[in-house]
Design a protein around this ligand. Structure first.
Ligand code: PMP
Ligand code: GLN
Length: 380
């Protein structure tokens, strides 16, 4: 018998990273920085490995980290959170998303997602018994399709997943779009699960606005973050959830039966990271913006039509002037021939997405991006 999950192939990130390794390609596919985050944080984690704590922490997370998350959210967004009842640490944002879906929906509930979406959303919704309702956004602006959303929402909708800044498009929702989303959530009386893992990867002087801060949204929004992105430590898988106690309680029930906890030494280091001053976060953004601009202009020179990216580690580009054939073939071609790996954008769609877009990860050293561009130039 086939289970919901057996219909899925291996995730594109694993497939492309393996292919990149096999062909000795520069990996601009899977989203991860090629330089580890602050040494100081890694030292705190290393010391904590020697000195402890090394035993199970509280299932909600180390108090030190939960307080740091609450302080961070107050400092950056003015959100007042009770760290005891409104903050929970998870093993990455992926676990956080899974907990939200397993904790908040019942079989038969409808869950609205904006397409293109991050790859774990659909399988998790389905495995949790939810019915995904997909609303498509369109290139090049990826504007919030308010009317289509209004049509998609029904009495059976339980929640909507919002990812801003958004993977794979790099879109960061504008204030008026968030207002429209909040209005819909209130009118249809639904929850919003906000995947904000790229909250500190937003460029061009833009600011990140968590949906939870909009009027009426405080008690119906779940805010998810990830230390992996904020501190360039993606393999640590330390994530967190902030939500009103009535929402966090069922979510924590899902957490207690999945991972229960997250390594305490890593939690300790992330607590120190979140307490870093504004200049750390400013530098992170400035550095990534430079890399984004460098890769974007290099790709444009080669003949790609590069789409605008407001945030994340990613830019997308239309390759149709350079290559005839679908995006999966294109990514296979550049990985094996040019020796530069990327990710086809159609994998972020449920059925038949655009076939002409490729996603590149730019969180790499400039010299690595330079070499990747050189290789791509030679191939076209
Ligand atoms: N959501 C989005 C949009 C992502 O891009 C990622 C990337 N890894 C995740 C969630 C998962 O984050 P984590 O590694 O903390 O599980
Ligand atoms: N979020 C990362 C990306 O979009 C990948 C994470 C993973 O490999 N699961 O590339």
């Amino acid at each position: 018998a086939n289970s919901v999950l057996s219909s899925y192939s291996t995730t594109v990130f694993e497939v492309m990273s393996q292919l990149a390794m096999e062909h000795d390609a520069i990996n601009l596919g899977q989203g991860f920085p090629d330089e580890d985050g602050p040494l100081e944080l890694r030292k705190i984690a290393a010391d904590a490995l020697i000195e402890g704590p090394n035993q199970y922490p509280s299932m909600m997370g180390l108090p030190e980290l939960r307080k740091a998350i609450a302080d961070h959210d107050k400092r950056f967004y003015g959100i007042s959170l009770d760290w005891k009842t409104e903050v929970m640490v998870t093993s990455g944002a992926t676990e956080a998303l899974s907990n939200c879906l397993f904790g908040l929906i019942e079989p038969g509930d409808e869950v609205v997602v904006l397409e293109p979406f991050y790859d774990c959303y659909l399988p998790l919704i389905k495995r949790a018994g939810g019915i995904p309702v997909v609303v498509r956004m369109s290139a090049p602006d990826w504007k919030l399709p308010v009317e289509e959303l209004d049509e998609a929402l029904t009495q059976d909708t339980k929640l909507i997943i919002i990812n801003s800044p958004m993977n794979p498009t790099g879109k960061a929702f504008h204030w008026d779009e968030l207002e429209a989303l909040a209005e819909l959530c209130l009118r249809y009386d639904i929850y919003a699960v906000c995947d904000e893992v790229y909250e500190h990867q937003i460029y061009d002087g833009r600011e990140h606005y968590p949906l939870i801060t909009l009027p009426g949204m405080r008690d119906r929004t779940v805010r998810i973050g990830s230390a992996g992105k904020s501190f360039a430590l993606t393999g640590w898988k330390v994530g967190y959830i902030c939500a009103a106690p009535e929402l966090l309680a069922p979510i924590s029930k899902a957490h207690q039966f999945t991972t229960f906890t997250t390594p305490p030494n890593l939690q300790k280091a992330v607590a120190a990271g979140l307490a870093k001053d504004q200049s750390y976060f400013n530098n992170l953004t400035a550095d990534l913006q430079k890399k984004r601009d460098y890769l974007a202009s290099g790709l444009a020179e080669i003949g790609f039509d590069v789409l605008k990216s407001d945030g994340t580690f990613f830019i997308t580009a239309d390759f149709s002037k350079l290559y005839k054939g679908g995006d999966e073939k294109f990514c296979h071609y550049i990985t094996t021939e040019a020796k530069v790996a990327a990710v086809p954008v159609s994998v972020f769609y449920d059925v038949e997405g655009p076939n002409n877009l490729v996603r590149f990860c730019f969180s790499k050293r400039i010299e690595v991006l330079e070499e990747a561009l050189k290789r791509l130039k030679k191939a076209f």
